[in-house]
Unconditional design. Structure first.
Length: 243
């Protein structure tokens, strides 16, 4: 299978390579985390006919370490796995690098295709924040990324601490039949519960945007968080302030 060496920060085209000297740091929310072992990532093609999103990322991603060893991700470390239409979103813990995580965004046109990834951790990050949201914790670390796909641009925000992760995804609205209707937002937008193999998730469509919220927290905590989100048209979405 084709293997591509890349730095494990944010990958949009999944091409190119980076020397070990350039891979000493992982960008996260404007800060940098020094890593003692992990230095990069190998990306392989998703095997044809792969149905499971967790199988796709486990087959595709191999972490590289300074001592020359390599470790694949493992399905037992999946934190959440959500699918809406042809969009896939999965978070997974890194082996022997806890607490360290990866969030991977996929789309599907017959086969799963990775559109972007973000690797991040706890050590050395800036202070936890709250941004006016009803979070599962009083405050959490925040990391964001943007995938400027010509077909469907996607913005992602992951709120996390040592054990909990919640990702908010926003993209242009499209016709989707996934999920079970559960209730409405104040603006009348219908929420839909996702039947996920890992974690909980829900989504809704508002102001021509599809908003997906998923994580390893309770469904009630996701509802509360969604209730506290501003309108998608807000310049600071998903936050109530920019600081």
């Amino acid at each position: 299978m084709r293997r591509i060496g890349i730095i494990g920060v944010l990958v949009l085209g999944l091409t190119g390579c980076t020397s070990p000297e350039e891979m000493e740091f992982v960008e996260t929310g404007g800060e940098e985390i020094e890593t003692s072992e992990w230095i990069g990532t190998l990306v392989e093609d998703v095997p044809k006919g792969t149905e499971s999103l967790s199988d796709a990322v486990v087959h595709q991603i191999t972490l590289q370490y300074k001592d020359g060893s390599e470790r694949r991700l493992a399905t037992k470390d999946v934190i959440y796995e959500a699918k809406v239409g042809d969009i896939g979103l999965i978070a997974i813990g890194h082996p022997n690098q806890m607490p360290s995580f990866g969030v991977y965004h996929y789309s599907r046109d017959g086969e799963w295709i990775m559109r972007g990834m973000k690797h991040f951790g706890i050590v050395g990050v800036s202070e936890k924040t709250q941004h006016g949201l009803a979070l599962p914790q009083d405050s959490m670390y925040i990391i964001d990324s943007e995938i400027d796909d010509s077909e469907r641009p996607v913005k992602l925000w992951t709120l996390y601490d040592e054990t909990q992760l919640v990702t908010i995804l926003m993209t242009d609205a499209f016709s989707v039949g996934d999920g079970e209707p559960i209730n409405q937002n104040a603006d009348g937008a219908e929420r839909y519960r996702l039947n996920q193999p890992s974690g909980n998730g829900l989504y809704y469509i508002s102001q021509d945007k599809l908003i997906l919220v998923t994580g390893n927290v309770s469904e009630e905590e996701l509802w509360t968080l969604v209730d506290s989100l501003p309108d998608p048209s807000s310049e600071s979405f998903p936050f109530h302030n920019s600081k």
